[in-house]
Design a binder for this molecule. Sequence first.
Ligand SMILES: *Cc1c(COP(=O)(O)O)cnc(C)c1O
Length: 247
Amino acid sequence: MTDSIDEERNIELIQERIKRACERVGRNPDEVQLLLATKTVSPERINRAIHSGATLIGESRAQELAEKYDKIDYKDAELHFIGHLQTNKVNQVLRYTSFIHSVDRMRLANRLHRRLTNLNRKIDILIQVNTSYEESKFGVKPEDAIELIEEVSKLDTLQIKGLMTIGKLSSDPDEARQCFRLLKEIQQEVIEKEIPGVEMDILSMGMSDDFKIAVEEGSTMVRIGTSVFGERMYPDSCYWNEKAEID
Ligand SMILES: *Cc1c(COP(=O)(O)O)cnc(C)c1O
């Protein structure tokens, strides 16, 4: 069944919808990047997407990333880590990527910093904010975001580039919109604080079901899986509801 999926065509359709969403609110479509969320997608299909022009690939799990990495042709694409990151997976993930969307606690930031200092490397990160306040979602609480950003900004191996969130999954699209608005507000608040070394250019928000709303609300990077690759075999709870694994 997956063989019948035309990734290239689907990517074109998404780009077209991003463009239309931008037009609705007077934004320049060049401000919005498309990142393909490739969890459970085979290396062959990821390569097909890269060869048809995809430039940003996002993986969600350390183990899966390690298994797939060598088979993927990352020459023309950048790899981001977008899933929840346990501190005991930091070394593994840093082997493959220099861009992490999901920094949401000081313990993780410190662990990344320690490892990166040893490696003499720097990476780009986004701060993940739990704008829906759902217990099942990771991310720093909105009211604690500024404090976390101020603390993380002191670690010179971590370059903060912006914010990431997962919108509320709901039959009412206004609920997702509220999440995206809140992220945008936090971004403005951070910009006004002028925290040394902190950049706020990226708002990573919007997935298959809500990316048009996210773009209307200021997203600069949408993370799309299902709408390009088709339905996944595993429920998403496998990826972001690992309650027992928060550390
Ligand atoms: C899977 C995933 C996505 C993409 O979700 P779709 O609904 O399939 O588009 C986006 N962001 C993160 C963090 C994900 O894990």
